[in-house]
Write a new protein. Sequence first.
Length: 125
Amino acid sequence: MSGVNLKYIKGVRTRFFNVLEKEVCDGENFLDVDISSLSLEESSCTRKQINECKGKIDVYIEKLSNQSEKLAEALGDTDEELTNQLLQEDSTLSEKALSVSYKLKCLGEDLKEGEMFQQKKRKRI
């Protein structure tokens, strides 16, 4: 494989890694939100943001995995140490991302339940 193609594959993998890392960080910030203090409107807006963040995490986990495979194939046996290092980094981030994605899913469901409860409460009043 030519050096240009290898450089390109590494660059794309790095971009996907960085985007996933940012989305995981954003997701962790959502997990710190006190949802009990949110109004119905704030809850709905936050839930949409959480769903968007979760969606991005899920997409970039897949993109990173695919690009890592391409990079490992491109490197072959030429740089086993780099391949192992990158795969370890990707694996660690992907595990964290899956955990955050699951927690965001649960938080989104909790917000939706709270919104439904608030709407029922408003109708009664």
